[in-house]
Write a protein that binds this ligand. Structure first.
Ligand code: NDP
Length: 310
């Protein structure tokens, strides 16, 4: 089956749904592909306390469900599908879905987000949402006066460790190399913080705990003569080893940076292909916040409207 739409939105996080709300209100009758994780990354957290308008916080799934309903209210057609193939080299654009159906679209908003990288330990899945997190800003508050560990040695890890140090009683930074990769200023922030202890040349073998994380099995200087395995009691385990932007489908046509984040023209959501716009974390290596993604979804829809009117 081949169906046409003026605007197709791929992704259902705050960016995608907000694009749907704005495009719907502009009478563009957009179609939105919800993908495998309706609601996006936010749905793996519990309460959202930093989204404006909710002084007492809001359940992440409820927030996303509300955004979804708001998009639908203004005429966004939501499909529970994944785009498996796109062709941005022809007009209208061609999009193939996982059910085999083909769509054509005059314009496209890519809001496919980013996925946190994990170490690949089975314990990460086991304790997901019960001590394992990949977002200190989202979940840090639940670890007030508790002991946490952050894995990674880049800017994100240092930033998350510094943020968590403002809440937790103690923060371990687990770094696999004998040095940090982070910028000097971030390193200084970590080293000058009494609450942060950096565990260099250390890897995580697993996690343990009855109902949630109670500690991590660590290994120091793996393969060396002074190799040592030990258990570190912690309440929370934060991954900060980078994010993958979900941009693979589009890279034959769109310019990306060296980490795969889609590049935009100056401060706009416009890509190098006219009619293709981006919103949210797939183009944001730095801020990665729901409220920022929502704002960028609005911008992308406004640009799409302008493009379609021309
Ligand atoms: P990076 O890729 O810079 O760092 C990832 C870190 O995780 C590295 O220390 C890496 O170790 C470690 N790591 C990767 N895989 C594993 C693994 N399997 N086990 C243990 N450790 C692992 O990612 P970031 O998210 O930190 O940063 C991404 C980009 O965003 C960077 O350009 C950064 O500068 C930027 N950024 C800027 C900020 C700012 O300016 N305020 C804030 C946050 C990010 P190793 O060093 O051994 O490879």
């Amino acid at each position: 089956m081949n169906t046409h739409t003026r605007l197709l939105i791929i992704g259902s996080g705050p960016a995608g749904y907000t694009a749907g709300i704005y495009a719907g209100r502009a009478n563009l009758s957009p179609v939105l592909l919800e993908g495998l994780q309706p609601g996006g990354q936010l749905t793996i957290t519990t309460d959202v306390e930093n989204y404006p308008g909710f002084p007492d916080g809001v359940d992440a799934n409820e927030l996303m469900e509300n955004m979804r309903r708001q998009a639908e209210r203004f005429g966004t057609q939501i499909l529970s599908n994944v785009a498996t193939k796109v062709d941005l080299g022809i007009r209208p654009f061609h999009i193939t879905l996982d059910d085999g159906n083909e769509w054509t679209a005059d314009s496209l908003i890519i809001a496919t987000g980013a996925s946190a990288k994990y170490l690949g330990l089975s314990d990460e899945q086991k304790y997901m949402g019960r001590g394992v997190s990949a977002c200190a800003t989202c979940d840090g508050f639940f670890y007030r006066k508790k002991v946490v560990a952050v894995v990674g040695g880049g800017d994100t890890a240092c930033e998350e460790a510094s943020y968590l140090a403002g809440l937790a009683s103690k923060v371990y930074l687990i770094v696999r190399k004998p040095y940090l990769r982070a910028s000097k200023i971030m390193q200084e922030r970590v080293f000058s913080n009494d609450k942060i202890e950096v565990l260099f040349e250390t890897n995580t073998l697993g996690l343990f705990g009855e109902n949630g994380v109670e500690g991590a099995h660590l290994i120091y200087r793996k393969g060396e003569s002074d190799e040592r395995e030990y258990d570190l009691p912690i309440d929370g385990f934060f991954l900060a080893i980078g994010h993958h932007p979900n941009s693979e489908l589009f890279t034959p046509w769109l310019k990306t940076d060296e980490n795969g984040f889609i590049m935009t023209e100056q401060d706009t959501p416009c890509t190098n292909v006219p009619g293709v716009f981006v919103a949210g974390d797939v183009a944001d290596s730095k801020y990665r916040q729901a409220v920022i993604a929502a704002g960028s979804g609005a911008k992308a829809a406004m640009e799409a409207e302008k493009y379609l009117a021309q």
